[in-house]
Design a protein around this ligand. Structure first.
Ligand SMILES: N[C@@H](CCC(=O)N[C@@H](CS)C(=O)NCC(=O)O)C(=O)O
Length: 222
């Protein structure tokens, strides 16, 4: 039986969702975040980095969302959830599978970290910390963030999903960046196509079953 080590309010929701799409049986071991919003130390007993998701299957411990998704598709015949080899869609699929954790999440985490810096320093240097943090966000992070949003919109406006005109695991991979980004998107940005796509993924029974099986996942509310 597959075990998913699930940290609350985390990208581990994607793994439960994929397991539901594949119709596989699994156990969920839930971990609560600390007051600093970090993973509890007990996750380090599962994998040295102490992050989630991690799965255990047939004596193997597998970490890293993209690697877990690839493993599940390969091991449990998920080919209906992946565009056929050799097609344009398969190339797009591969791009988004790597992009989700390789490009989108580092930028989103950087945005979050800089937003939190002023609250983490002694109050007497807070104005300076705020100035630095806002400067970095305005000059370095937000212009890139706008480019990423435009890229998502262009891809979804093309034919509705991230890798073609059919749902694929690339949509699962992209769910966490898009859901996480929604609260950080300014009112000046057009989010209609992203919201339509989010409605479509949330309408999938497997997405909803994953919410029921997992712990908290606050991004589903945005
Ligand atoms: N790229 C990794 C990122 C893993 C990761 O950072 N997970 C977050 C959950 S969203 C985590 O465990 N955070 C708690 C911590 O850093 O202590 C993956 O996709 O698996």
């Amino acid at each position: 039986m597959i075990t998913v080590h699930y940290l609350d309010n985390s990208r581990a929701h994607r793994i439960l969702w994929l397991l539901e799409e594949l119709g596989l049986a699994y156990d969920v071991k839930t971990y609560k975040r600390t007051s600093d919003y970090l993973a509890p130390a007990s996750l380090k007993a599962v994998h040295p980095l102490g992050k989630s998701p991690v799965i255990e299957d047939n004596g193997r411990v597998i970490a890293e969302s993209g690697a877990i998704m690839d493993y599940l598709i390969e091991t449990y015949d998920g080919k209906t959830l992946v565009p056929p080899a050799g097609t344009e869609e398969r190339l797009r699929y591969r791009y988004w599978m790597h992009y989700a954790e390789g490009s989108a999440m580092p930028l989103l985490v950087m945005k979050l970290v800089f937003a939190r810096i002023p609250g983490q320093v002694p109050f007497f240097i807070r104005p300076v910390a705020r100035m630095i943090s806002e400067g970095v966000r305005r000059k370095l992070i937000d212009p890139q963030f706008a480019d990423h949003l435009a890229l998502w919109r262009t891809e979804l406006e093309r034919d509705g999903w991230f890798a073609g005109d059919r749902f694929s695991v690339a949509d699962i991979a992209m769910s966490f960046p898009v859901e996480g980004a929604m609260s950080a998107i300014g009112r000046d940005q057009d989010t209609a196509v992203l919201r339509r796509w989010m409605e479509a993924i949330r309408a999938r029974p497997a997405y909803q079953h994953a919410l029921q099986r997992g712990g908290e996942y606050r991004y589903a509310k945005s």
